[in-house]
Design a protein around this ligand. Structure first.
Ligand SMILES: Cc1cc2nc3c(=O)[nH]c(=O)nc-3n(C[C@H](O)[C@H](O)[C@H](O)COP(=O)(O)O)c2cc1C
Length: 200
């Protein structure tokens, strides 16, 4: 589908038909969303796919009992990794292999990245930014493939962490349902660009 159409058609869908979404299709959508950009290609996103009744039940209770979690085919818990920069050596090697940087720049790159991530604010910002860019891509590729989604922050962070044994270095950035469903009401209005953008 044309990208503009995908953007226009995507809605935050609140109720879902009973529909089994197979794991191969889910992997395929996640692979496409992983084409998202990230600073230094660190790919901070990690995803827990909640698609069993038992896991849905746990997530439902940690997420304000949002019924769409039980109805949807699956819900993604999209996490941002605070320690993704620890993989910068691998990223550097991959960049050298793909001729993005010459080998002699390797150590300088690692030093720059490690210095940037000494800041706790930078770590947190990048984890949430990376996970959010991934999430937007996942909504769009899902829409393009004929699946409805809804991003959600209506959850208790600590309850999600406890229920799914999420390690300390991961921040739950957002949840996202996926399945078959549609919104029949009109989209709420958006402010025009002239109200939020300025040229300088
Ligand atoms: C980060 C984020 C968190 C959201 N959290 C929830 C949520 O917890 N529950 C819900 O029903 N909708 C949630 N929404 C959906 C918004 O209400 C919806 O995107 C907005 O009203 C615009 O509607 P549209 O996506 O259909 O264009 C969330 C959206 C975003 C982007």
């Amino acid at each position: 589908m044309e990208l503009t159409k995908v953007l226009e058609n995507r809605r935050s869908v609140k109720s879902y038909e009973q529909y089994h979404l197979d794991r191969e299709t889910i992997y395929n959508l996640l692979d496409k969303a992983a084409l998202s950009p990230s600073a230094w290609n660190l790919q901070q996103w990690k995803v827990i796919v909640v698609d069993t009744d038992e896991s849905k039940e746990k997530l439902y209770h940690a997420a304000n009992k949002q019924i769409k979690i039980k109805e949807a085919s699956a819900t993604f818990i999209i996490l941002g990794d605070l320690n993704a920069h620890e993989t910068i050596g691998d990223v550097a090697d991959d960049w050298i292999e793909h001729e993005h940087i010459p080998a002699e720049k390797r150590e300088g790159l690692i030093e720059t990245v490690n210095r940037f991530f000494e800041s706790e604010t930078n770590k947190r910002d990048e984890a949430v930014r990376g996970a959010s860019l991934f999430a937007m891509s996942l909504m769009l590729v899902s829409e393009d493939a004929g699946y409805a989604t809804c991003p959600m922050i209506g959850f208790d962070k600590q309850s999600v962490i406890d229920a799914f044994n999420i390690e300390d270095n991961f921040i739950p950035a957002m949840l996202m349902t996926i399945g078959k469903g549609e919104m029949t009401n009109e989209r709420a209005s958006r402010l025009p660009a002239s109200s939020f953008a300025k040229f300088e």
